[in-house]
Design a protein around this ligand. Sequence first.
Ligand SMILES: N[C@@H](CCC(=O)N[C@@H](CS)C(=O)NCC(=O)O)C(=O)O
Length: 211
Amino acid sequence: MKLVLYDYWRSSASYRVRIALNLKGAAHERVAVNLLDGAQDEEAYRAHNPQGLVPMLEADGTRLTQSLAIIAWLDAHFPEPPLLPADGDERAHVISLAMTIAADIHPLNNLRVLKRLARLGVEQAARDDWYRHWVRLGFEALEALAAPRAGRFLFGDQVTLADVCLVPQMYNARRFDVPLDPYPTLVRADAEAAALDAFAAAHPDRVAPAA
Ligand SMILES: N[C@@H](CCC(=O)N[C@@H](CS)C(=O)NCC(=O)O)C(=O)O
């Protein structure tokens, strides 16, 4: 099966899919969509992905969008290692950890949101404050939700979808100087996961285009 990932090196939603592809050992090619140049808004890209967002995965010509849907597709086609627990309660817990990041932190801090704030006259310092606010609010909840059932990783001792979402969000938090000491469970799980080859090889610094 031919897999082509359309992504941007610094996009955290793309970073999630890069991690999942690596965990599954799924061979793929990458096509860069330079968000800073506005490539996501070009007609040719929008014809395939009307949302104008990355990532997008082409699988033998079928186009998949939305990182969590792409990861669910990967889990179905490359079952090992599973990224969601088989048990229904555990599965719901892991999805809720992942959604705390993917549905409730990330969309508020997306490039197009920050660009919109700038167009509305919000200064850089206030935009940074906005960014940190939503990360802090989300991380406070995530720490409380995850801590009771965390192990080596965010849930137990196996990597799950929650870690796949956590590591890119921690990368973003560090870029924006969000203090992380209040979130020991997140810091621990991030360090454990980030040390794995599949995560390390997906890091933005490892996939950034040569300057
Ligand atoms: N919910 C989507 C979010 C995708 C998304 O927001 N991607 C960002 C990069 S992380 C993007 O393409 N931004 C382009 C823009 O804001 O113009 C997913 O999980 O795939």
